[in-house]
Design a protein around this ligand. Structure first.
Ligand code: PEP
Length: 251
């Protein structure tokens, strides 16, 4: 059985007080009950991790949105996986399209981040996905295959089994444009097949693959219904506890 996960990527939003309030609302609402087998993760800004760990029940996972390629040293402004782990967070988002695009993060760097996250006992939530131009050119599967092959280079099966993958078509992120359920299922099954080729069918069948891109309460159900979609990475809608929980209850 693979895990069903709904993760909220808060991006660079909320002051500390607003973030603590939002985490409290998520916790309170989650305590009213979730569909069986569904786990929640929240990914606030770095500055909020310690405070939010104290608020969240152990049953809600805590994630950072990025980590450095090294554990420590002269890298002004960076935050390492070791530091993230010391806050009590268990996850880290790696390779979000905004990091790839705005901060020019390369596949090689992302591979380093995946490895350093694992070495610090953090579970990477590894993002992949094509942009609009790549979708329209019909090369989206090649793009995603490359991102996955390069992102996981050198990972043995035991390490790979700790990974969560998020397929996030860049053209659907923050645009209000969602992939159709067919497009999502097609890409998720492609990714699962790829994992099968890179590792084996048992590993592929236990890897959680989340969908991300303008997922909201009104469209989550039709996306989550697909057999290879194991949940969502939610941006905008995760900033509202009611919407975030409504998405989680779409399973
Ligand atoms: C994201 O940034 O991971 C995301 C999916 O954003 P949104 O839900 O706002 O499209």
């Amino acid at each position: 059985m693979r895990r069903k996960i709904v993760a909220g990527n808060w991006k660079m939003n909320t002051t500390l007080n607003d973030g603590l309030r939002l985490a409290g609302e998520v916790k309170e609402d989650a305590e009213k009950g979730l569909p069986e087998g569904v786990s929640l993760i929240v990914a606030p800004p770095f500055t909020h991790l310690t405070g939010i760990r104290e608020i969240l029940a152990d049953s809600i996972g805590l994630s950072a949105q990025n980590c450095a390629t090294d554990d420590s040293g002269a890298f002004t402004g960076e935050v390492s996986a070791k530091m993230i782990a010391s806050t009590g967070a268990e996850y880290v988002i790696i390779g979000h399209s905004e990091r790839r695009l705005f901060f020019r993060e390369s596949d090689k760097e992302l591979n380093k981040k995946v490895k350093i996250a694992l070495a610090n006992d953090l579970t990477p939530i590894f993002c992949c996905g094509e942009n609009l131009h790549e979708r329209e050119k019909g090369i989206y599967k090649e793009v995603v295959r490359n991102q996955i092959e390069l992102g996981f280079t050198g990972l043995n099966e035991d390490d790979f089994r700790k990974i969560i993958i998020a397929y996030e078509p860049v053209w659907a992120i923050g645009t209000g444009k969602t992939a159709t359920p067919e497009q999502a299922q097609d890409m998720h099954s492609f990714i699962r097949d790829l994992v099968k080729k890179l590792y084996n069918s048992d590993t592929a069948s236990t890897t959680s693959i989340l969908y991300g891109g303008s997922c909201k309460p009104s469209n989550a159900r039709e996306i989550f219904e697909n057999s290879d979609v194991d949940g969502g990475l939610i941006g905008g809608a995760s900033l509202n506890a009611d919407d975030f929980l409504a998405i989680a209850r779409s399973f």
